[in-house]
Design a protein around this ligand. Structure first.
Ligand code: GAL
Length: 419
């Protein structure tokens, strides 16, 4: 190294030291479960932005789709008095953590940036406890999607289905042509994701809300629910024999590489198509899950902020909260994640046709009443009720021990007991 460049390097180090002192560098430990290809790219966006402010990001990734394992780890850390700064907690869980006194209010950041004017109320309601923001939304995921490989459909002589009846017709043709009709992973949350799509499609938004938000026993025990459970079970024969325990992103890769024709999954699946360099409308198709064209099952990812002691870490945490709501993060993160920004009024031009459809349908269904919270993803009910539904649904789907009538009864009873 020449003397000149050595001097430059010394100066640069000194300057970066000054910058970080000025910014009062803190540590932010962030618990999340974004470990698939598309998800990891998305999480990296937040890390980079935070580090650019001079803070340190301590990654606390707990693998496991849907976040069940992450929540178990979080509980043990919090109970032992050592919670992370931020954790990806969603929906009604935010309320539970806040009620227990673990979370810190974000009013100073929220007021300064005017979050109330930047978020749809359906989003801000979830982020607030007792009128105060305790969490920050990163996105809105739509759950009721069907992802399709057009090549496989073409080779099978099948049409992409718009109804569950059409689904079975197409699936028979696809199976006969030697492909796997439905890519799926046998994990409780994935079974529940499929089940809620069938329930929304066959029951409609009002039925869905009564069952999964209000837990209305007359709806839970209805003949409609039995019909839904029977249709749901029929899907099993279109899934391959190796599905047990398979991660959702492995199932998505089966659609990407043409082994399977379809997957019913939220648009985090699009993050995988994007990471694989695939184009919507050409390499893959995104359509509403059968019979759910007028519905939108929403799933909002968010970071709840834990109460911290160290002043620098608190500052870093506040900076994280601020960054999450800024347009730069909301755009770049969501382009990678497959979701749409939670923040209103964002430019649409960089987003693809699937995201545009999601943005349009989010607004349209909010007006029509078709916008419903995802049960499978912690938006519609407490984790206790959700867990009870998961258990019945997954046992019923993966064994032949219950008839649809018995499963209906069991589901209704399990929900009642868990409320
Ligand atoms: C959802 C979560 C998404 C995605 C997915 C798979 O519940 O909201 O961000 O990570 O699980 O893990």
């Amino acid at each position: 190294m020449s003397l000149k460049s050595a001097k430059k390097a010394v100066l640069a180090t000194a300057l970066s030291g000054l910058v970080s002192i000025a910014a009062q560098a803190g540590n932010v430990e962030v618990l999340h479960y974004w470990t698939s290809g598309g998800e990891a790219k998305s999480a990296a966006v937040l890390k980079q932005l935070l580090e650019a402010e001079g803070h340190q990001w301590k990654d606390f990734a707990v693998a496991g789709g849907g976040g069940e394992s992450a929540m178990t780890v979080l509980k043990s850390r919090a109970v032992s008095g050592n919670p992370p700064s931020a954790a990806q907690i969603k929906g009604l869980d935010i309320q539970e953590w806040a009620e227990l006194g673990f979370l810190t209010p974000l009013d100073a950041v929220a007021d300064k940036a005017g979050w109330d004017n930047l978020l749809p109320t359906v989003v801000s309601n979830v982020m607030k406890y007792d009128g105060h923001y305790v969490a920050v939304p990163v996105n809105v995921h739509r759950v009721n999607w069907l992802w399709a490989n057009p090549e496989v459909f073409k080779k099978s002589g099948a049409e992409v289905p718009t109804t569950w009846e059409e689904f079975f017709t197409a699936a028979d043709k696809i199976k006969a042509a030697g492909f796997i009709p439905l890519a799926h992973g046998g994990q409780a949350w994935q079974d529940a994701t499929l089940f809620e799509a069938v329930a929304l499609g066959m029951g409609g938004a009002d039925f869905y809300r009564k069952a999964f938000v209000e837990h209305d026993q007359s709806v839970l025990t209805s003949a409609k629910m039995t019909e839904i459970l029977a249709t749901f079970k029929r899907l099993n024969q279109y899934i391959d024999a190796d599905a047990a325990g398979r991660d959702w992103n492995i199932a998505t890769s089966m659609v990407i590489n043409g082994k399977a024709a379809m997957q019913v999954m939220g648009d985090w699946a699009k993050g995988e198509f994007t990471a694989a360099g695939k184009q919507p409308g050409k390499d893959y198709l995104c359509v509403a899950a059968p019979d759910t064209q007028n519905g939108f099952t929403f799933n909002i990812d968010s970071f709840a902020m834990f109460d911290l002691k160290d002043a620098d870490d608190k500052q870093a945490q506040a900076d994280l909260a601020r960054l999450i709501m800024e347009p730069e993060f909301q755009e770049t993160f969501n382009l990678n994640k497959g979701s749409i920004p939670a923040r209103l009024g964002m430019p649409r031009d960089k987003f693809d046709s699937c995201a545009h459809k999601s943005m349009d349908d989010f607004v349209a269904t909010a007006k029509s009443g078709g916008l419903v919270p995802s049960m499978a993803h912690g938006m519609s009910t407490t984790s206790a009720v959700q867990g009870a539904i998961y258990d019945v649904v997954t046992n019923y789907f993966n064994s032949d021990s219950l008839t649809p009538e018995q499963a209906t009864e069991k589901l209704a009873r399990a929900v009642k007991a868990a409320i």
